[in-house]
Design a protein around this ligand. Structure first.
Ligand SMILES: [Zn+2]
Length: 302
């Protein structure tokens, strides 16, 4: 029997999980609501494993390993997560506790780092360096070198959202001013366009199409901020590929086209910037590609 690996992405509202085989081919998948708190997260993970076993027609003991992507500070060596506030988790020894309940080998990865690994694998980006920018409610990035994630001390590599680039910029919840997250994220978009409601990224394209000038200005500011983020990562790491993912990619082609046009305009003015070829190196995660779950499934082997 082929080896089967579970990959799971536990978010603040939903837990998504998949099964992949040793060649990375996708099998069963499930999407469940997340219960919050330490006990809730453990129960959600157990429920997802049970659902996948049922769909696959096997026992959960047949799974080789479980990889879990979670928000917050993750110590992958110890399988611990801290400060995952949208899961209402302050500190949880997720790998050990889930192992105690299921007998399975469990690995834990930061969710954006897992998505970066999944994007590098599913988009077949091969060897070299990949920077994955997660434009979600917040802003962060994952770096992958030759298929292996760069986690950094305390698992904190890639927190580009809190690079304070503008000392006179807006106050950020992290305690600094002018962080990239204040100009390139869902929360930035909310500030630019309060009329867009709770999830402005979902309705922005329609509002622009309907001639809403405030929505159009908000979109332009978001594109500027996202392009600044690409340049910041670009000149720091000079990755072979920069992948745009996260909830805001639902805005669709206008977002990636806008970022690319902004980068091209900068490159025309600056031979220095042109040498990084960032406008040619950016890609967007295709709609529906399960980068977070597949990356989590791969994480026990990275
Ligand atoms: Zn900040």
């Amino acid at each position: 029997m082929t080896e089967l690996y579970v990959g799971m992405d536990i978010g603040g509202t939903k837990t998504a999980a998949v099964v992949i085989d040793a060649d990375g081919n996708l099998g069963a998948s499930t999407l469940l609501p997340t219960a919050l708190g330490n006990e809730g997260v453990l129960q959600s993970a157990e429920a997802a494993i049970a659902a996948l076993a049922e769909q696959t027609g096997c026992s959960r003991n047949d799974f080789t390993s479980v990889g879990i992507g979670v928000p917050g500070q993750v110590n992958s060596e110890l399988g611990e997560v801290r400060y995952a506030y949208n899961l209402r988790v302050e500190s949880l020894s997720l790998a050990n506790e889930l192992h105690a309940r299921t007998g399975l080998d469990v690995a834990v990865e930061n969710d954006v780092t897992a998505a970066a690994v999944g994007a590098a694998h599913l988009m077949q980006l091969g060897h070299g360096s990949v920077a994955y920018i997660n434009l979600g409610t917040g802003l962060s990035a994952g770096i992958v070198l030759d298929g292996h994630p760069v986690r950094g001390a305390n698992g904190l590599a890639g927190e580009v959202g809190h690079l304070a680039v503008d000392p006179r910029g807006r106050q950020c919840p992290c305690g600094q001013r002018g962080c990239l997250e204040t100009v390139a994220s869902g929360s930035a978009l909310k500030t630019y366009w309060p009329a867009g409601g709770e999830h402005p990224g979902w309705v922005l394209a329609d509002a622009i199409a309907a001639g809403d000038t405030e929505a159009k200005l908000a979109f332009e500011l978001l594109v500027e901020g996202a392009a600044a983020t690409v340049r910041t990562i670009g000149v720091t790491v000079s990755p072979d590929t920069i992948v745009i993912g996260g909830g805001l990619r639902k805005i669709g082609a206008p977002l990636i086209d806008g970022i690319r046009a902004n980068l091209e305009a900068g490159e025309r003015k600056s031979p220095f910037l042109q040498s990084f070829m960032l406008s040619q190196r950016i890609r967007v995660v295709p709609e529906g590609m399960p980068v977070a779950t597949v990356g989590a499934a791969l994480s026990p082997r990275t």
